[in-house]
Design a protein around this ligand. Sequence first.
Ligand SMILES: Cc1cc2nc3c(=O)[nH]c(=O)nc-3n(C[C@H](O)[C@H](O)[C@H](O)COP(=O)(O)OP(=O)(O)OC[C@H]3O[C@@H](n4cnc5c(N)ncnc54)[C@H](O)[C@@H]3O)c2cc1C
Length: 360
Amino acid sequence: MEDLECVFRWVIGSSVRLRERNVSEKRKVLEPDAGAIIFLHRSQFVADAFESMEDVIILGTGCAGLTAAIYTGRAQLNPLVLEGTQPGGQLTTTSEVENFPGFPEGIDGFAMMDNLRKQAARFGARYAHAKVDRIEMADGVKRLVCGEQSYEAKVVIVATGARPRLLGIPGEEEMFGGKGVTTCATCDGAFYRDMDVVVVGGGDSACEEALFLTRFCSKVTLIHRRDSLRASQIMAERATTHEKIEMAWNTLPQAVMADEKGFVRGMRVKDAVSGAEREIPCKGAFIAIGHIPNTDFVEGLLERDGDGYIVPETGSQVKTGLEGLFAAGDCVDHVYRQAITAAGMGCQAAIEAERWLAEQ
Ligand SMILES: Cc1cc2nc3c(=O)[nH]c(=O)nc-3n(C[C@H](O)[C@H](O)[C@H](O)COP(=O)(O)OP(=O)(O)OC[C@H]3O[C@@H](n4cnc5c(N)ncnc54)[C@H](O)[C@@H]3O)c2cc1C
């Protein structure tokens, strides 16, 4: 009986999609369970009786989105998760995650995201390959427009993350995430113990990354295209006076150079004044020139800061200014930008979503 109840719930949640399909397709979807066939006819009735709307739609399948899917799934909200163009999010671009709690030996980034995905599916999360172009609001309904297609929901959790800004020089992409080019010292610094590395950038983040790396690395060369740092005075002073940090002023990165195994061996740079080129030997290249939050599609709808991060309501990390619309992870957080913090925000957004729906 429990099985049948489960199928019944699944059918209710799928009412919108089922209505669109023909009967043979419905049978294909439901065939594995004999009980499901019995409920097929009932489902048609149910589909007509209910609004063609999802309770919860989650945008993004990074740590924030999938954690929100696990929580809303376990709360029987049958979430629909739209994957965007990077299923699994940023962590799928890295080989080793050593700082996510629960994995004493570390875990491959792709495997970790696959686990999260399966965990959410176990509690009823459904996935669709769709990238949201804009959100339209009308009478409390959120309409998500994805090209020709659209979805409607009572609650939307935006967990669309951010993408690191890269230099766009040869070698960078090929060696990104596992072969020596990275954008996160907190994540990857420990892999470069007793090695020479370079950090590219001139703001607070670049200085922070360089200072953090001095804990592990033998030498950190901070490459900056100008003759003074953009960073706050205190950060700039700490970086430029640190014994392990060497400044490469007026220096323009030209290419990341690979060794015979395809790992970083150095960075070719050009002097912005003299035009002379040289190679700075290093095992790791940390690009610290900022992130771009994936939030263009909420322009004019949600408040964003100057860099495009969604600004949460005062006193909350995940509530936006709009009822039933929550945001979590790296599309909001420009400070920590970690898998665990994104997952934590996904959990908060899910609990808030559940409460909001219960209040309605
Ligand atoms: C190379 C690298 C290594 C890292 N290593 C570590 C590490 O070791 N430890 C650690 O804690 N952190 C690490 N991080 C940081 C970590 O990956 C991020 O903090 C985390 O992935 C953020 O999760 P998120 O869910 O907020 O967003 P993301 O992981 O960025 O996921 C965003 C999701 O949103 C989807 N999306 C985007 N736009 C749309 C749209 N318009 N419509 C629908 N969906 C959309 C994308 O397809 C994607 O699925 C690393 C990051 C990088 C780049």
